[in-house]
Ligand binder design. Structure first.
Ligand SMILES: Cc1cc2nc3c(=O)[nH]c(=O)nc-3n(C[C@H](O)[C@H](O)[C@H](O)COP(=O)(O)OP(=O)(O)OC[C@H]3O[C@@H](n4cnc5c(N)ncnc54)[C@H](O)[C@@H]3O)c2cc1C
Length: 563
């Protein structure tokens, strides 16, 4: 990197320090390029740092070593059954994904393990699998980052307890039932002890999991390669030289600065999933919440359009959906709790519309649940939809922001987060749904719970549903009675985890113009690049997987491109 008064020259400038941008910058550095990473906010990590961190990548060494029988041919069959539009990038994704995971494993601290079980989301489509495609970042010890630990964006409150201790799926059982077994007690005690030690020195726990571990691993690897990371450095516009993108103007700590990028500029500003205003340019009915990081507000797309970039928007749906409940105090005050996997699939909960009627299988993926809300809303008001259960359910499984294992949740009722009534009719009156419909739905649910078969919508009929149910509950781990008062209801609304539509790009992340020709020197990855899933949600990790793979491919293309 060379610098004069307000100009810096590098080989590659990357904008956005989430999974896409940090991967692109890391691979550039590993390939010997002189790279600079600029991040708009004061911390690295973006939405990636607050995510579950799962990547969906078929054909990895990790899956093979674990003896999983999955094949690329099956994964291809599965994606082809779901995504209607042809897209060359899909095949390249399938064929390079495993190599990318291996490359990162070998050359950096970005390391993953395969989930023993994490079913595809559309488990009844041909080629689906219950394990082998979903990988988790290995936990990371935040203490290794030293002073840089404070520069890593923390997870959202939903993934933490006890003043900043991260909780993974495997921690829930020991922490909620520490006296259930000796192993549970040991694990709970060691987690709490580590957290107490951490809090003597750090603002939050340093045992990092999920998306926070992924962001930490990328950041740590960048530091080890000596890659300069500018924080508070926001991309403002791209510079053109004879039709080629030659650099960018950046606002650094409020001052404009020019960066000349000899080999390329990579846009990885996270799409527009963090901005309610930008989301509402694309979705109807309009949204009130965004769960993604507020910094992901469409800068890359807007700035690239100014130099002729095309937007790919012929997707099944423009964003990746999740239902959220309104919690004004959470997520940095942005007020949305994503109901991803912990409550909807459990036995003893139904979701109803304003007629008090169920409108689908409550245990489907968060994306498909919201699509079901939209379908129902065409005829009966279903925004919000209501998650309905009884006291025993909340005590055992929790609901939204109320964790499992609690005996009291007056705060939730007092604040209006949860409606409570001693009768079903009383509950219906409080939430404004038809009482007769709600009564009939609960009676029907209780009948299904006895037989174990949801004749209306098949809750608990797929591997995916059952994986999020309660394995100890029989005959169907997702069906249980709503039996005894008091009864409860929680409103859920559509929101998004991120954007699907984005910059049109080729399989090496080269941004394309309206004539499908690459704009020389300009690349995109992460959610700035239009998703290869095209608004469908086949499985866990379908945005972070592509972010890594196309971040890698863009860097490799820049390294190979001698022009
Ligand atoms: C609760 C939750 C759980 C999720 N779990 C998963 C999961 O398990 N698997 C999965 O695949 N997906 C998951 N997602 C979605 C996933 O987190 C995002 O799709 C992904 O992190 C996007 O990565 P990215 O690199 O494109 O953007 P980000 O990680 O959002 O990073 C973009 C960065 O760019 C910066 N930026 C923005 N504008 C500028 C600018 N002008 N100049 C410089 N920098 C800029 C932002 O500040 C931000 O730091 C989840 C999302 C949420 C909210």
């Amino acid at each position: 990197m060379t610098a004069s008064e307000n100009m810096t020259t590098v080989d590659v400038a990357v904008f956005g320090a989430g999974a896409g941008g940090m991967t692109a910058a890391l691979v550039c550095a590993l390939q010997g390029l002189d790279v600079l990473l600029c991040e708009k906010s004061p911390q690295v990590g973006g939405t990636t740092a607050t995510s579950a961190g799962t990547i969906w990548i078929p054909g990895t060494q990790q899956a093979r070593r674990a003896g999983m029988a999955d094949t690329i041919a099956d994964a291809r069959r599965y994606l082809d059954a779901i995504i209607r539009t042809a897209d060359d990038r899909r095949e390249i994704y399938l064929n390079t994904g495993g190599d990318v995971v291996e490359y990162l494993d070998r050359h950096s601290e970005v390391k993953f393990s395969v989930y023993a079980k994490h079913p595809d989301y559309l488990a009844n489509r041909p080629g689906s699998t219950i394990a082998g495609r979903a990988l988790a970042p290995l936990p990371f010890d935040g203490r290794l980052l030293g002073a840089d630990f404070d520069l890593l964006r923390p997870p959202i409150g939903e993934f933490m307890a006890l003043g900043g201790m991260m909780i993974g799926r495997d921690d829930i059982e020991p922490l909620t039932r520490p006296f259930g077994s000796l192993a549970s007690f040991r694990k709970a005690a060691s987690l709490v002890w580590r957290q107490m030690k951490d809090r003597l020195k750090h603002r939050r726990g340093t045992r990092l999991l999920m998306g926070n571990a992924l962001a930490a691993r990328l950041f740590y690897s960048l530091r080890r390669k000596g890659v300069p990371v500018w924080l508070n450095a926001s991309l403002q516009e791209l510079m053109l030289d004879g039709g080629r993108v030659s650099g960018a103007v950046v606002q650094v700590d409020g001052e404009p600065r020019r960066i000349v990028a000899r080999r390329g500029v990579v846009l990885a500003t996270g799409g527009f999933g963090g901005s309610v205003e930008r989301l509402n340019d694309h979705v109807r009915p309009k949204l009130a919440h965004a769960v993604a990081f507020a910094g992901a507000e469409g800068d890359g797309m807007r700035i690239a359009r100014a130099v002729g970039a095309a937007i790919e928007d012929d997707h099944e749906t423009p964003v990746f959906w999740t239902p959220v409940s309104e919690t004004g105090w959470l997520n940095g005050g942005r007020g949305a709790y994503p109901h991803l996997a912990l409550d909807r699939a459990k036995p003893g909960l139904i979701a109803v519309n304003a007629a008090g009627r169920r409108f689908g299988d409550e245990a489907v993926s968060y994306h498909d649940f919201v699509l079901g809300m939209h379908r129902s809303h065409e005829t009966v008001p279903t925004i919000p939809a209501w998650l309905v259960c009884d006291r025993a359910f909340i005590g055992k499984y929790g609901l939204g922001r109320i964790p499992p294992g609690r005996r009291r949740w007056h705060w939730a009722v007092r604040s209006g987060y949860l409606a409570e009534a001693d009768t079903i009719d009383g509950l219906a009156g409080k939430i404004g749904v038809e009482a007769a419909g709600l009564r009939a739905s609960i009676e029907q649910n209780n009948r299904f719970a006895k037989t174990g078969e949801d004749e209306a919508f098949g809750k608990g009929s797929t591997e995916f549903d059952r994986n999020n149910g309660d394995p100890r509950h029989q005959p169907n781990p997702c069906l249980g009675p709503i039996a005894a008062p008091p009864y409860y209801a929680m409103a859920v609304y559509p929101s998004t985890l991120g954007s699907s539509v984005g910059l049109k790009a080729d399989a090496d992340g080269r941004v394309l113009d309206a004539g499908a020709k690459p704009i020389a020197g300009l690349y995109a990855c992460g959610n700035d690049m239009a998703s290869i899933m095209r608004g469908t949600y086949p499985g866990p990790g379908i945005t972070l997987g592509p972010a890594l793979v196309f971040g890698y491919r863009a860097a490799m293309a820049i390294a190979a491109d001698r022009n």
